[in-house]
Design a binder for this molecule. Sequence first.
Ligand code: HEC
Length: 140
Amino acid sequence: MRVPKMINSNMQNRMKYVQIQMSLALLMTTLAFSGCYYDNKEDLYQFIQTACDTSAVSYSQQVLPFLQAQCLGCHNARDQQGNVDLEGYERVIHYVNNGSLYGSVAHEPGFSPMPPTGQQVADCDLQHLRLWIDAGAKND
Ligand code: HEC
């Protein structure tokens, strides 16, 4: 039986099409894998945890921004929930000295866990607070 020329070239076109599809798929797979491939630990864990920079901890750089973001909404001069005012270094230091600032944030027994809503603050914030207090809780 003679195969008509039309069908023959159609088949060839189809084969070409499949070949192109296959190489495209291969290319995409290669790209996808190379895009997700990290060969060092820092890159690999960048989405899981960002390194906590504990090299230079100060009141103005780490502690104050933390208090502003997480605590001052409920503990400011106007809204002193639980009679606690954390607005300004002079007031903050009072709660450092009686142990309740760290105690509450670290969820230590004997203190009301802070913030009262949700989970404990980020470990890095806690580390900064500890380091700052241990270094004398200076107004730096
Ligand atoms: C949603 C409001 C709210 C937020 C946010 C909040 N607090 Fe409080 N805080 C309270 C209330 C209400 C009390 C008093 C009730 C209690 O002791 O359970 C309190 C009590 C305290 C006390 C006294 C605890 C004790 O045991 O003597 C300290 C210190 C304190 N907060 C610090 C913080 C710090 C630091 C943050 C930020 C990490 C924070 N709070 C965030 C509402 C809040």
